[in-house]
Structure formats: structure tokens, C-alpha cells
Design a protein around this ligand. Structure first.
Ligand code: SF4
Length: 267
């Protein structure tokens, strides 16, 4: 683990808020110990160190972010796009917590996206935001140690989602990536569990590795495959139907459920 100082933390969405649904992303860490095989973050950050084994702490992130927010037009901030903002290390270093404090102070709307129940630590702070939501990522209704060796168990993510929902924090599920070969039973169970846990919406996005050669290599090594023609659309339709049965709105674009509320601050 390394400590690194950064010049900038607030990254403007490259293709704009209207395309991705968020205006900025903030990544308090570089690397991610959750080690998902399909993760594209190493390609995006051009980091060729062994994925899942590195985590750099951006120790001055809260201070740099607070400075940048003073100059920036208001817009939805995604925390995070190229790391998980709640790796186990966050329990000690509290860098994400510091970034949240800076965002609340500056009055920016925030969407937290994580695979870790550690986000519950910050529930009181999240409650102090006028506009905040928390999303959890899932690829299955069951644990996937093959592709997600150090991701917290599905049950713990569902419990955390439920606690946040019951604690008046809007929640969503990111079913991404939807993996080839996912069974109908698995999709149905996931939709039901997300509905029961109180998720307000779900985003679903099929696996696509063509632009991410390192992730494609990792998946191939583990026996993963690309979608057969028509398979992804079939799985999407099934999940949408299952979700509809439990009253869970499904979107194929991230943050489609809040597009109206997102200022177009991106370029
Ligand atoms: S939790 Fe997110 S950032 Fe971390 S390895 Fe998995 S997909 Fe990548």
C-alpha cells in the first residue's frame, strides 16, 4: 500500500452529465482490493500493476477536493467510478469520509456506489446531505468467489442496502456487469431480494470486455466467456420482467432515474 499526493480529485465526466448521468467522479483510492476479474478500472486508469493487489491512498484527497469544489459548477458526483470508496482500509484511513464531508460542506449532490457494507459507518453523515443516494453492485444472488474473490458477501450487501433504505437514504442496485450464463433462477432471486431490501431502482449493464484487454484476459483465465448472440438481450428482458413483478424499476442507463435532477455540468 502506498500513500500518494494528488493535484486533482474532481474528475469531470468526459462525455458529459447527459451521457453518463453524472457530472463528476471522485476516486479517493487508486486500485481496489476487491479484485473483481471483470473490472475495467485498471484499463481506465492505465495501471498495469497486478489488479486486486494494489491500493494507493490519496491521503490529501479531502483537502484537494474541498478546494476544487469551491470553483466547480454544481453537479452530481459519483463516488466512485474507478475504485470502491469503501475498501477495508477505509475503516482506518477515513479518506472517503473526508471527501463526503467536503461534498456536504460544498452542497453537491452525491451518489455513492460500493460493494461494501462499510458505508453504513457513514450513515449519520449521509443523512445530513440534502441530495444523496447509495448504490450496491451485484452480479448474482449468490457469492461469486471465482470472479469476485474479495468482495463482501451478497447477504451483507443486501443487509446494508436494507438498513440504508430503512434509514431514509434512497438506494439503488447496480447489476453490472450482468454475466453470460446467469441462470433464470439466479436473476429472479436477485430481483426479489433487491425488491425486498428496498432498492428504489436498478441499473443493469451486460458484460462487455472488448475495450478492456486486461479484464478480458483475467476472465478468460477463469473460464469466462463473452455473450452468445442474443443472450444478453434475453437476460436483460428476463431481469426486467422479474423486477417488474416485484415493483423494482430497471434502467439500462446509469442514473436514468434521476436524469431530470442532474445539471449538465459535464463537457
Ligand atoms: S469493487 Fe469495483 S473497482 Fe473494485 S475491483 Fe470490483 S469492479 Fe473494480
Amino acid at each position: 500500500m502506498e500513500d500518494r499526493t494528488v493535484q486533482s480529485l474532481l474528475t469531470r465526466s468526459r462525455r458529459g452529465a447527459l451521457h453518463y448521468g453524472f457530472a463528476y467522479s471522485v476516486n479517493p483510492y487508486r486500485g481496489c482490493p476487491h479484485a473483481c476479474a471483470y473490472c475495467y478500472a485498471d484499463s481506465v486508469t492505465r495501471d498495469d500493476r497486478p489488479w486486486g493487489l494494489v491500493l494507493d491512498r490519496k491521503v490529501d484527497a479531502p483537502r484537494i477536493l474541498a478546494r476544487e469544489l469551491r470553483q466547480a459548477p454544481r453537479g452530481l458526483v459519483l463516488l466512485s467510478s474507478a475504485t470502491d470508496p469503501y475498501p477495508p482500509e477505509e475503516a482506518h484511513s477515513r479518506i472517503t469520509e473526508g471527501c463526503l464531508l467536503a461534498l456536504r460542506e460544498a452542497g453537491f449532490p452525491v451518489s455513492v456506489l460500493t460493494r461494501s457494507p462499510l458505508v453504513l459507518r457513514d450513515l449519520p453523515l449521509l443523512r445530513a446531505f440534502p441530495d444523496v443516494e447509495v448504490g450496491f453492485s451485484f452480479t448474482s444472488s449468490r457469492d461469486r468467489p471465482d470472479y469476485e474473490p474479495r468482495v463482501p458477501p451478497v447477504a451483507s450487501r443486501l443487509r446494508a442496502l436494507r438498513r440504508l433504505s430503512e434509514g431514509s437514504i434512497p438506494t439503488f442496485a447496480s447489476v453490472a456487469p450482468l454475466l453470460p450464463g446467469t441462470s433464470s433462477e439466479d436473476l429472479r432471486a436477485l430481483a426479489e431480494e433487491l425488491g425486498e431490501a428496498g432498492a428504489r431502482a436498478a441499473f443493469v449493464d451486460p458484460l462487455s470486455l472488448s475495450s478492456y484487454p486486461a479484464a478480458a484476459r483475467r476472465m478468460r483465465t477463469l473460464g469466462g466467456r463473452e455473450f452468445a448472440p442474443g443472450e444478453a438481450e434475453e437476460l436483460l428482458r428476463r431481469f426486467e420482467a422479474d423486477a417488474q413483478r416485484v415493483g423494482l424499476p430497471v434502467h439500462r442507463r446509469l442514473f436514468a432515474w434521476r436524469r431530470e435532477a442532474t445539471p449538465a455540468a459535464g463537457g
